[in-house]
Write a protein of this length. Sequence first.
Length: 109
Amino acid sequence: MFLDPVLLLVAVFATLTFAQTPVAERPQSEPSRSPCCFRNSGYAGTCKVQPAGDETCASILAYLNNPMAEGKSYCGGTTVRQGWTEVSCEEEPSEQKSSGPDRPDRSLW
């Protein structure tokens, strides 16, 4: 039984090509990153985001401040898109009771 010379050349070429291709290495687990925290006067509380993949605190902040940005679910999927600032995640501001600017605090009366 004889092999077709063209088929033989294709088989040799494929063998050499795949033999030289290194097997993909399993990606090592990324070291855990610190979360990023952001505040905005139009958002209640501090927004804490854990960066994933190639995200950074700067890229997340740029997304939050981009009025055309959509598709991510940072900060509970908020639609607030301007006025965000990065803050330290370690110092949570103390929650102060406030009755708002329109009404005085009546707890002292």
